[in-house]
Design a protein around this ligand. Structure first.
Ligand code: ZN
Length: 164
């Protein structure tokens, strides 16, 4: 069974490597079954994103989706995601993370991004993201580089968030 690890679990601190067609998921013969389980886990935890290394797998993919999103209205797992363009304009908005229970903190990030990723079927897709969807994608992509959101804010802001 997969589970969400809490910071500072070691895989959260590691940089993940690209997903290749030869890769498989330990404990799963069936990739579709794994995808169903990962998305189910994200929904049970009330997340709108869940990175592979949050469940202990240091490969570049994450689950994303929320009914308010434009591109990822349906929950999906996307493989080898990348940001290919950032807007200069930035926004500061509240983020949470399933690996940091009950901590919410304002994080500044580029407002709009253009992204590239592979679908489960191996097709390369491009999209322009804005709002919470953009923020969520950037947060999950950070995970794959071993960057958790506490590293995106000042010490003071982090301490204040921790006091609740
Ligand atoms: Zn997170």
């Amino acid at each position: 069974m997969i589970q969400v690890f809490q910071y500072p679990h070691e895989t959260l601190l590691q940089t993940s490597t690209p997903w290749t067609q030869d890769d498989s998921i330990a404990g799963y013969d069936d990739k579709e079954k794994f995808e169903t389980d990962m998305i189910k886990l994200m929904l049970e935890e009330r997340g709108m994103g869940l990175a592979a290394n949050q469940i202990g797998i240091t490969k570049r993919f994450f689950a994303i989706g929320h009914e308010t999103f434009d591109t990822f209205q349906k929950h999906a797992i996307i493989w080898n995601p990348q940001v290919i363009n950032f807007s200069e304009e930035k926004v500061i908005d509240v983020e949470g993370c399933l690996s940091f229970k009950d901590i919410f903190v304002k994080v500044e990030r580029p407002k709009k991004i253009e992204v590239q990723y592979e679908t489960t079927q191996g097709k390369t897709e491009f999209a322009k993201l804005n709002g919470m969807e953009s923020k969520c994608f950037q947060h999950e992509l950070d995970h794959l580089d071993g960057i958790t959101f506490n590293k995106r804010v000042s010490k003071l802001r982090w301490q204040m968030a921790n006091k609740g």
